[in-house]
Ligand binder design. Structure first.
Ligand code: GLY
Length: 364
């Protein structure tokens, strides 16, 4: 079975494909290309296995190698270094070896966690990403960032470790709750602002009707986002410079997530609010056309995304100081000179953040 679309990733350390299929009926054939494989380990959440194993078991059953499932708990708090030991032990008990293949089947948390396990088990075994959330399809499954959290910080322990392939089964999006659609869409809007041009126009021209796994417009948005990320990763796999642009909106987002105890918003919803803060700062500091403030507000509203939060502006500004992308004591932002022309590592003073966030709060 042929994929609907394919995007090649030319990372410095590895070349691989992101293949988009309507369902799981291409997975077996895809895995065969990576033979010899001694055994397959599906790292996933129990509830995702319940939803999708009837589809993928048939595909994997015909491969002639042992297939095991190891359940990991979803949710950011479970993406913790303390949770890794059980999974390593399970892999050893079940006889995983250097020719085993790990399949990371799930959203961003599963992909980061399973990818981290793959990157460290036996000093690194092969793995593939099978994203089942919109955020994972357009962002976290592509580009090889894998990590777990420490007590004192998110993603503090990890590496750049590229998968053998990324297999996107669109059918998996059919069960996504609304909050998860919004979560992924914020990253798509981010990619639109960063890329500008035709892709941004597609983002602007659509609305929440694309929250449907069979929508042709959704497919176009997913492919455009992956193409944009592929281009960035191929130029700067290890985030020494250009890849930092993918953090647009994230400085304020991390502050808001932490201030609201990771409960009020999904990551993407916090990114949506952070995108608008970054745009306001871009108008003030980089000469971005000021119509963009209202334009972005409208785009976010089209997709049912939040664009403001009631947290105290001074608290938000203070929390941006904790961002791990900062250098020394100044807060570093990704900003836009124009749509499609991002700049990174721009120092921003706390009073400027306070002022931007305050004006955002006042927006109708
Ligand atoms: N999610 C941002 C990156 O992959 O660099």
């Amino acid at each position: 079975m042929n994929p609907i679309q394919e995007v090649k990733i030319h990372a410095f350390s590895k070349e691989y494909k992101v293949s988009i299929y309507s369902d799981f009926r291409g997975l077996g054939e895809t895995i065969r290309r990576f033979y010899p494989v001694s055994s397959i380990f599906i790292l996933t959440e129990r509830k995702l296995s319940g939803l999708f194993s009837k589809f993928y078991s048939m595909e994997l059953g015909g491969l002639g190698v042992p297939v095991h499932e190891i359940y990991i708990k979803g949710g950011e708090k479970n993406k913790h270094i303390n949770r890794t030991a059980d999974v390593y032990n399970r892999l050893i008990e079940l006889g995983a070896d250097r020719k085993s293949l790990i399949l990371a089947l799930g959203g961003g948390v599963v992909g980061d966690f399973a990818g981290f396990i793959a990157s460290t088990f036996l000093r690194g075994i092969r793995f593939a990403q099978i994203p089942t959330s919109l955020l994972a399809c357009v962002d976290s499954s592509v580009g090889g960032k894998v990590a777990v959290n420490a007590d004192l910080g998110k993603n503090m322990i990890g590496s750049f470790y590229q998968p053998e392939f990324v297999y996107v089964p669109l059918i998996a999006l059919s069960t996504l709750p609304k909050k998860e659609w919004r979560c992924g869409m914020a990253e798509i809007v981010k990619h639109g602002l960063l890329s500008g041009g035709e892709y941004l126009e597609k983002v602007r021209a659509n609305n929440k009707e694309v929250y449907d796994h069979s929508s042709p417009a959704l497919l176009e948005l997913i492919v455009g986002s992956i193409l944009y990320k592929a281009n960035i990763v191929s130029q700067d796999e290890r985030e020494t410079g250009l890849r930092k642009v993918l953090n647009l909106g994230h400085t304020t987002a991390h502050a808001i997530e932490s201030l609201t105890n990771y409960k009020k918003y999904s990551h993407g919803e916090a990114v949506a609010i952070g995108l608008l803060t970054a745009i306001i700062l871009s108008v003030q500091k980089q000469g971005l056309d000021q119509n963009w403030i209202e334009d972005l507000r409208k785009i976010l509203a089209q997709y049912d995304l939040p664009y403001q939060d009631s947290s105290k502006s001074s608290q938000v500004a203070k929390h941006t100081l904790h961002d791990k992308k900062n250098v020394g004591s100044s807060v570093r932002f990704v900003l836009l000179q124009s749509a499609g022309s991002p700049v990174w590592d721009i120092p921003v003073e706390l009073p400027e953040i306070v002022q931007a966030f305050r004006s955002q709060k006042k927006m109708k």
